[in-house]
Design a protein around this ligand. Structure first.
Ligand code: UDX
Length: 471
């Protein structure tokens, strides 16, 4: 009799930017290897976008989604608690529910995969004596910096952001001090110690998956395998993993509008699953878009006091009236050329539409991959987390994006600079060159995913290991 297929449990930390790639990994393990998949979702409050996404994913008998009860973290976080700490607390508080859910299963998992914020759940894998893996839902450069941070911590005196020289990490282009990940911006802050602790514990995993592919970051991937730290778990670049085009999870009207536009004539503007910009920046962006005289779709959210991830957990729920933040008459004047979408839009479907010619993006890694996979050049406008590093990969390493300068005195990107960036991507020779390079990246990504390609082989290698140890 054939032995049962391995049962893979995946745990997603809160936020659609983490949930989407975890879901995709689960789906790929099912479609390529026929494994049983259970995806555990942690949250504090479900959003409309999350519910719509999850409702479309279950495959009866094969892929099960378990939404763990919302964690009550009210007494554990303050309004100013850093987002990374809040996410880790939600995961930690969800562990008893995860344990009960696993105990109640008829076929217990044989492997646990978590994302970078889910490392506390290693204790569950240890308790059930199953191997534990981390899916780094970002780039190899992000992982390289992360495993190297404990070394940097011993080498660097003072704040990283005050360094006069770029930061050197083996296998990576020098990283500008300003571009480090958010937790490194202030070494005295609690979130820096939380990050350093994650950097150490990551290395206890049985393997690290990456949402990238060998040809995109070959030198960094080699360095990760050979010489960044003495012992790194096996590295498996298995990407790009992204949500495929399907029935839009919201906002069909954007696609109808795009159907009426010329090929590659529309700029898509979005700051990710919850990113927001300041009121002043919103006004500059609106004015810059209008000055550029290009068509656009803009996913708009009410501003925060500063660029931040403040609306991280609420995306898809609100329908604010945003007209007060735009210049007088802006909405009327741009009615013919621009479409404003409140809160949430069907991004993958938009980016794959032939009318899209550019993407002004916050450079979340999922958005980055979705842009590459649709051959769309970008305006890199990072906000938080590892997005400044992603922006520098896109502009300096890969040359598929342009990056606006921030006006130092005001802390915003000015209207003229925005106009210039939009024109660079949407018009003329430079736009065509960027588009040509991004299309080459798409071809290399597709090659890596096909049978015999590097990402296909990487995933098959782990899958075989799991099948063997299950016998
Ligand atoms: C966070 C991090 O900050 C990011 O840098 C990290 O790589 C992942 O998590 P997030 O804002 O979630 O960022 O960005 P991103 O990684 O781009 O993921 C957003 C996802 O939501 C994408 O898959 C995107 O297609 C989807 N989305 C976003 C929509 O479908 N519609 C929207 O309106 C906004």
């Amino acid at each position: 009799m054939e032995s049962p297929k391995p049962h893979i449990a995946l745990l997603s930390s809160p936020g659609l930017g983490h949930l989407i790639p975890i879901l995709e990994l689960g789906k790929r393990l099912l479609s390529l290897h026929g494994f049983h998949i259970t995806i555990f979702v942690t949250t504090t409050q479900a959003s409309t976008a999350q519910s719509q996404l999850l409702n479309s994913q279950t495959v009866p008998g094969k892929l099960t989604i378990v939404e763990l009860p919302p964690a009550d973290i009210s007494s554990l976080v303050r309004p100013d608690t850093a987002i990374e700490i809040t996410i880790c607390i939600i995961v930690r508080e969800s562990i008893p529910a995860l344990q009960s859910a696993i105990l109640a299963m008829t076929q217990q998992p044989t492997v646990l995969i978590v994302d970078i914020f889910g490392i506390d759940a290693f204790e569950i894998a240890d308790q059930f004596q199953i191997p534990k893996y981390v899916f780094i839902t970002s780039s190899a450069i992000f992982l390289a910096l992360t495993v190297y941070v404990p070394t940097l911590d011993g080498l660097v005196v003072g704040e990283y952001v005050d360094l006069q020289e770029p930061i050197r990490v083996p296998g990576c282009n020098p990283i500008r001090p300003d571009d480090v990940v958010d937790p490194m911006l202030d070494r005295k802050h609690e979130r820096y110690s939380v990050y350093v602790d994650i950097c150490f514990r990551l290395l206890m995993a049985h393997g690290l998956f990456l949402n990238t592919w060998e040809d995109l970051e070959p030198i960094t991937i080699r360095a990760l395998r050979e010489d960044i730290v003495t012992f790194t778990p096996p590295i498996y670049p298995i990407g790009p993993l992204m949500r495929s085009v399907g029935p839009p999870i919201a906002g069909r009207e954007c696609l109808d509008w795009l159907d009426m536009q010329r090929t590659e004539s529309v700029l898509y503007v979005s700051f990710g699953s919850g990113g927001t910009i300041s009121a002043e920046q919103l006004t500059e962006l609106a004015t810059g878009l209008e000055l550029s005289q290009q068509r656009f779709i803009w996913v708009v959210r009410a501003p925060t006091k500063k660029d931040a991830s403040a609306t991280f957990f609420t995306s898809g729920n609100g329908h604010d009236d945003l007209s007060e933040y735009f210049p007088d008459g802006f909405l009327t004047r741009t009615r013919e050329v621009g479409l404003m979408v409140p809160q949430w839009a069907p991004q993958v479907e938009i980016l794959s539409h032939p009318s899209i010619g550019g993407f002004l993006s916050h450079c979340g890694w999922n958005s980055t991959i979705e842009s590459i996979m649709n051959g769309v050049p970008m305006i890199a406008w990072p906000l938080y987390a590892e997005q400044r590093m992603n922006a520098s990969i896109l502009t300096e390493d890969l040359n598929v994006a342009v990056r606006p300068e921030i006006l130092p005195a005001k802390g915003v990107v000015g209207r003229k600079e925005i106009e210039r960036m939009v024109r660079r991507v949407m018009e003329g020779e430079e736009g065509n060159e960027l588009r040509g390079r991004v299309r080459e990246l798409r071809s290399s990504a597709l090659k890596s995913l096909n049978e015999g390609g590097s990402s296909y082989n990487s995933l098959s290698q782990v899958a075989r290991k799991w099948e063997m140890s299950d016998k």
